[in-house]
Design a protein around this ligand. Structure first.
Ligand code: FE2
Length: 284
């Protein structure tokens, strides 16, 4: 018989819903050179060395997550992407070095307390945080925050609860959806939500068929990609069926060949002028 412990634990604190991970954000860009300069030289991330699309697409590794950027007219996520970087001071220095070359674009950054808010050359908002606020993460994408129409946050939370078995927190005009171990999807109501331009996110789910059943029953599947992936775009209130917000989700099963793919990350502080043997790789 187990001895009664002295401390009371809330075992639900460690529950994980059906979405195990948010793996990538996909926004098209018109200029691969400029995108690579911004994400690699400016933000300090790493170009995926293995999946190389040449001038047609670039995958950028950020810890265990990625940005995917096929070549096309620029897409802008409605909201912002939260990233964790190893050192905010080093990030600020890198951003100041790329500013001149990006001066004729939408590129901008400003430090606000413990965050650096960065705008990509085409207007995507990236909020960079130092380590400490997102568990053990020192490099990665811990959350995405979408700006959504007024009156939709509670219904969006119901959607992820009902369809994906996620824990959610609703606070007035915001909701937060727990993803896996320390990630989240956030939704914040605002009066101004622009038109949806087709950008997407990719998630991995433990139970692949149950969300599919719901989405198919409601006519929401937009693509049956292959045996291990489907897509949907519209988030609805499961109570009323009302369409609340559009953002395409690439839904992947744990049998998808890229699940838990090892992503290469470099130490962004290495340079010709400041080189240390043995420190090329990023160490979490
Ligand atoms: Fe994708």
């Amino acid at each position: 018989m187990a001895r009664a412990g002295k401390k009371a634990f809330n075992r639900a604190d460690d529950d994980v819903g059906n979405i195990l991970a948010m793996e990538h954000v996909n926004v098209t860009v018109p200029d691969q050179n400029l995108a690579t300069y911004f994400y690699v030289n400016g933000l300090g991330f790493t170009r995926d060395p293995y999946i190389d699309f040449g001038p047609f697409n670039v995958w950028i590794n950020v810890g265990n997550q990625q940005f995917h950027m096929p070549t096309n007219d620029p897409q802008v996520l409605r909201g912002h992407v939260g990233v964790v970087v190893p050192d905010l001071d080093q990030l600020e220095a890198r951003l100041s070095r790329v500013a001149t070359r990006l001066k004729d674009t939408a590129f901008a950054y400003r430090r606000q307390g413990s965050t650096i808010r960065v705008t990509c050359p085409w207007g995507n908002q990236i909020h960079c945080h130092g380590p400490g606020g997102f568990g053990e993460m020192t490099l990665g994408i811990p959350y995405i925050e979408f700006t959504v129409p007024r009156g939709t946050a509670a219904g969006i939370a119901r959607f992820y609860q009902r369809v994906f078995d996620c824990s959610t927190v609703v606070k007035k005009t915001r909701c937060e959806v727990d993803v896996g171990r320390g990630q989240s999807l956030r939704f914040r109501e605002t009066g101004r939500v622009g038109a949806y331009d087709g950008h997407h996110i990719a998630i991995y789910v433990v139970n692949f068929s149950r969300p599919h059943d719901f989405l198919k029953d409601h006519g929401l599947i937009t693509e049956e990609s292959d045996a291990h992936q489907y897509r949907f775009q519209t988030i609805i209130d499961p109570d009323s069926g009302e369409a609340l917000f559009d953002v395409e989700h690439e839904v992947r099963s744990l049998h998808h060949p890229m699940y838990e793919r090892h992503l290469v990350n470099r130490n962004a502080e290495q340079s010709f002028f400041n080189y240390h043997h043995g420190r090329d790789a990023f160490v979490p």
